[in-house]
Design a protein around this ligand. Structure first.
Ligand SMILES: Cc1cc2nc3c(=O)[nH]c(=O)nc-3n(C[C@H](O)[C@H](O)[C@H](O)COP(=O)(O)OP(=O)(O)OC[C@H]3O[C@@H](n4cnc5c(N)ncnc54)[C@H](O)[C@@H]3O)c2cc1C
Length: 424
């Protein structure tokens, strides 16, 4: 066993960013993923690097979710079920939809936002990764004038944390960018954010990890953990029987982290929120920015010559057949905001799972009851954006160096709250 090797389970954005940061600190890493291609949530997402993002748990979100529960075409849909885990998750989610929790979560996420942008840009510059990264901000596109004031208020609520927004009229928007249809009444431009191609980023990260001497092994499924006689977690056991050891293990297996952690008696209560993307070629004019279509929650992002439309939150068990009407809802939504959707043809369709905790915050850090084990998951719809800073936080935890971020701020993301949340 190597005394400075970390075994990382999951080659998503969290696993790869953590591997990269550990290598920068002179440690050895091996990243394991059961898929043979890098094509999970971290590659198929919308590609909005939206720093200063608010969590899902906003006041009123639980009631709106409940109303939408009966409409399988709505942006957020919960597959009806009496599963105790789902009911517990929904109740905990509801209890966190308060102004106090939103304020605390926003404060943390806003602080992380600046750090994660710095961390990502450092990696892109150092490694020369070309993933269409553009720090051009993102647009909240609004059709219904009655939604403009609230959207503007939401944008301004980030001003105390240093985030800039610009309210743009529909006419001005079209003057700047002819991609938008006349029906768009206006937009809020979140100026500090960025857009990118997440698949290219992930591939670039994997190459960077390999080029710095780390190993990224695809097509190997982790079946369980290896523990030393003193209880320390020191490795992973593959389904093939092979054992890979180190001095620490990072569980970064997205939504599948919970069943793996359960083997160690730890609960990471999460629900899988499936989302879809469709990739279009031939729209004619492509928007200059990415963004979100406010009324439908569908995201759009120009990637090279193509346009990616991504969205919908479908809460339920993993592995069920795709709901094609939810996939089709993406293009139906975009038709109302953007030119050229009807003339375009589909080049790819995809679905993947967001790992969603009930309090809307990720779980990052050492597991107090199991020395050697670290967790990085639960990033819901913010994982692309929070991946780079998660890598830095975990790296500081593993290397026992000082955190760059005020420990009080990141306290609400620490794994020790898991027990509390389950007990609740
Ligand atoms: C439609 C959609 C749009 C989104 N848009 C955005 C966006 O614009 N911006 C943003 O910030 N976030 C976005 N997200 C969220 C983001 O994609 C996720 O939060 C993020 O990808 C989670 O990363 P991860 O590394 O935790 O997990 P994953 O990317 O799921 O990676 C986990 C990996 O673990 C592997 N694994 C699981 N079990 C095992 C095992 N037993 N053995 C070995 N390997 C295993 C899996 O194969 C997988 O590759 C979006 C998500 C979706 C679905």
């Amino acid at each position: 066993m190597s005394s400075t090797r970390t075994v990382i389970i999951g080659a998503g954005i969290v696993g790869l960013c953590t591997a990269y940061e550990l290598l920068q600190r002179g440690r050895d890493v091996i990243v394991l993923d059961r898929e043979s291609t890098l094509d999970g949530a971290s590659a198929g997402n919308a590609g909005l690097f939206s720093i200063g993002h608010a969590p899902l748990t906003k006041p009123g979100a639980s009631w709106r979710g409940l109303r939408w529960m009966f409409d399988s075409r709505s942006p957020l849909w919960i597959r009806p079920s009496l599963s105790p885990a789902l009911l517990h998750w929904l109740w905990t989610f509801h209890r966190h939809c308060t102004p106090d929790h939103l304020e605390r979560a926003t404060r943390t996420l806003c602080a992380l936002g600046w750090r994660t942008a710095q961390a990502l840009e450092r990696i892109l510059d150092r490694e020369g990764i070309d993933c269409f990264y553009k720090r051009c901000g993102w647009m909240d596109l609004i059709l219904d004038e009655r939604n403009l004031a609230a959207a503007q208020r939401e944008g301004r609520s980030l001003a105390p944390y240093g985030y800039r927004t610009d309210a743009i009229s529909g006419r001005e928007l079209r003057r700047r960018d002819p991609a938008y249809r006349d029906e768009v009444a206006g937009a809020i431009h979140y100026l500090d954010s960025a857009i990118l191609h997440p698949g290219l980023l992930l591939r670039g990260l994997a190459n960077a990890v390999r080029s710095h001497g780390g190993e990224v092994r695809l097509g190997c499924e982790v079946a369980g953990f290896v523990r030393a006689t003193d209880g320390r977690c020191i490795g992973a056991r593959l389904t093939s029987g092979e054992i890979l050891e180190g001095d620490s293990v990072v569980l970064a297996a997205g939504i599948w982290s919970d069943p793996l952690a359960a083997q160690l008696g730890i609960a990471v209560p999460m629900q899988a929120a499936r989302g879809y993307h469709v990739q279009l070629e031939g729209t004619g004019v492509l928007p200059l920015h990415g963004g979100v279509m406010h009324e439908t929650f569908v995201a759009y992002n120009p990637m090279g010559s193509q346009l990616r439309l991504a969205g919908t939150l479908e809460i339920g068990p993993t592995g069920r057949p795709w709901m094609r009407k939810r996939l089709h809802a993406l293009t139906a939504a975009a038709r109302r905001y953007l030119h050229g959707i009807d003339r375009a043809h589909v080049t790819a369709e995809w679905a993947g799972y967001r790992p969603c905790t009930a309090d809307g915050m990720p779980v990052i850090g050492p597991v107090p009851t199991i020395p050697g084990l670290f967790i990085g998951t639960g990033h819901a719809m913010m994982g692309l954006m929070l991946g780079p800073v998660t890598g830095r936080i975990l790296c500081a935890d593993i290397c026992r160096t000082q955190q760059e971020i005020d420990p009080n701020l990141i306290d609400c993301m620490r794994p020790r709250r898991l027990r509390t949340s389950r007990a609740a």
